[in-house]
Design a protein around this ligand. Structure first.
Ligand code: E4P
Length: 214
């Protein structure tokens, strides 16, 4: 499973990149609104840190506008991919981007049927938002399981990015289900490696090491 980080914060991205396990970045308008500086400069810097795909989202609501915006965004760096919402206009745009060889991330996916359509439209990635589904009383990870099954049934090339991750449990379940990617907020990335028994074990080994003859 690939690990993307879900942030536009350059410091967090630099830190996660040092771990050597970072495969890409997802941003969205909300994440960019939390950072200082022009969004293009921020995206350019992110792309210089992480060689993998960096998602940048369009805000137009109709296909023509999405495509124009997406073309501009791809000029920022070679590894920019275009986040397009799972709407009727969005699937039109995804088809146009595919024809131009521009990679897309179908965002705000909340149903298996949306996932089916964006795969048929040629989206490179789909992002089921599991945390937001959990927030409204659904089981977000059920959507991931459905998408993995549907894509396997028909050998769709679209890759599933588990998004809107809130906990390490989401990451664990994503891996068990065979999701292609998890895009993870820094706070959760940081928790993935932590275990109290590891810390306790280190303390105990260090204490015993003091007793070893050197
Ligand atoms: C995914 O690409 C989105 O940026 C993100 O995961 C949304 O997460 P949220 O529901 O925590 O805003």
């Amino acid at each position: 499973m690939k690990f993307f980080i879900d942030t536009a914060n350059v410091e967090q991205i630099r830190e996660a990149a040092k771990w050597g396990v970072l495969d890409g970045v997802t941003t969205n308008p909300t994440l960019l609104s939390r950072e200082k500086g022009s969004f293009k400069d921020i995206l350019r810097e992110i792309c210089s840190i992480v060689p993998g795909p960096v998602s940048a989202e369009v805000v137009s609501l109709e296909a023509g506008g999405m495509v124009s915006e997406g073309r501009e965004l791809t000029k920022i760096a070679d590894n920019i991919i275009i986040k397009v919402p799972c709407t009727t206009e969005g699937i039109k745009a995804m088809g146009m981007f595919k024809a131009e060889g521009i990679q897309t991330n179908a965002t705000l996916c909340f149903s298996p049927n949306q996932g089916l359509l964006v795969a048929k439209a040629g989206a490179t990635y789909v992002s089921p938002f599991v945390g937001r589904l959990d927030d409204v009383g659904h089981r977000g990870m059920d959507l991931v399981a459905d998408l993995v099954t549907i894509y396997n049934n028909y050998s769709f090339a679209t890759q599933v990015i588990v998004a809107s991750i809130r906990s390490v449990q989401h990451v664990y379940e994503a891996a068990l289900m065979g999701a292609d990617v998890a895009t993870i907020p820094f706070k959760v990335v940081d928790q993935l490696i932590k275990h109290p028994l590891t810390d306790k074990g280190i303390q105990s080994f260090l204490a015993d090491w003091e007793k070893v003859e050197k």
